[in-house]
Write a protein that binds this ligand. Structure first.
Ligand code: ADP
Ligand code: MG
Length: 212
């Protein structure tokens, strides 16, 4: 078994089985470095270029800690755009395939609000959404945060570029204080450091550089 095998990690057997079915035979560098602290429940800031497998790095973390029998929203993932949120939801569903009907729901702007209310009433384990629409559901009380114990900011640099800082602060203010926070980004400008210091607690910092 190679050092970068997923099976060295404390992952549930059904997740390991799905990884093998997906053909994920070894971890990418960002997965190998971030998964140990992520699975240990630590706050993590991870920076690596696009296409390096960041989705599975946080996706396996939130799936591994999910209590599937509690049909409540336990994880919230925020992405800058609807397209990215859709891609993240697809990847999390692939990682979760066949595991006790784990429900992943997307909540994005640019789509009708009404059907999202119906979907939220039916319930979900994991929400993947864009900041504006998620904040709207929080404000209207349709999205309950009480059971959220894992919060992910994906492409955090782009979310700040797009001016979502104030919306993010409003969302964060409504989350339970005791939670795991994961911040994934391709770059780590000063603006993110300021945001990170408000969101994360004693984060483990991981950077995977491919340049020289
Ligand atoms: P990023 O978020 O860093 O841009 P993604 O999470 O979108 O990267 O992953 C890029 C691609 O790599 C996806 O198609 C994903 O299915 C694939 N991938 C992720 N992890 C692995 C792995 N360990 N082995 C093989 N393919 C992987
Ligand atoms: Mg990504």
């Amino acid at each position: 078994m190679s050092a970068s095998s997923f099976s060295n990690l404390p992952l549930h057997a059904d997740l390991l089985e799905n990884l093998s079915t997906l053909g994920y035979t070894s971890m990418t560098p960002i997965q190998a470095q971030s998964l140990p602290p992520v699975l240990a429940g630590k706050d993590v800031i991870a920076r690596a270029k696009t296409g390096s497998g960041k989705t599975a790095a946080f996706g396996l973390g939130l799936l591994n800690r999910l209590e599937v029998k509690r049909f409540r929203v336990q994880s919230l993932v925020l992405c800058p755009t609807r397209e990215l949120a859709d891609q993240v939801a697809v990847e999390i569903r692939r990682l979760a395939r066949g595991i006790h009907n784990i429900k992943v729901l997307t909540l994005c702007g640019g789509t009708a609000f009404g059907p999202q209310l119906g979907s939220l009433e039916h319930g979900a384990h994991i929400i993947v959404g864009t900041p504006g629409r998620v904040e709207e559901h929080l404000r209207k009380g349709s999205l309950k945060t009480r059971d959220i114990n894992c919060f992910v900011l994906d492409e955090a640099d782009r979310m700040l570029d797009m001016g979502f800082e104030e919306t993010l602060d409003k969302i964060i203010a409504q989350l339970p204080k005791k939670r795991q926070n994961l911040l994934f980004s391709a770059t780590y400008p000063d603006a993110i450091q300021a945001m990170a210091s408000r969101v994360l607690t004693e984060p483990t910092m991981i950077t995977v550089d491919t340049g020289h």
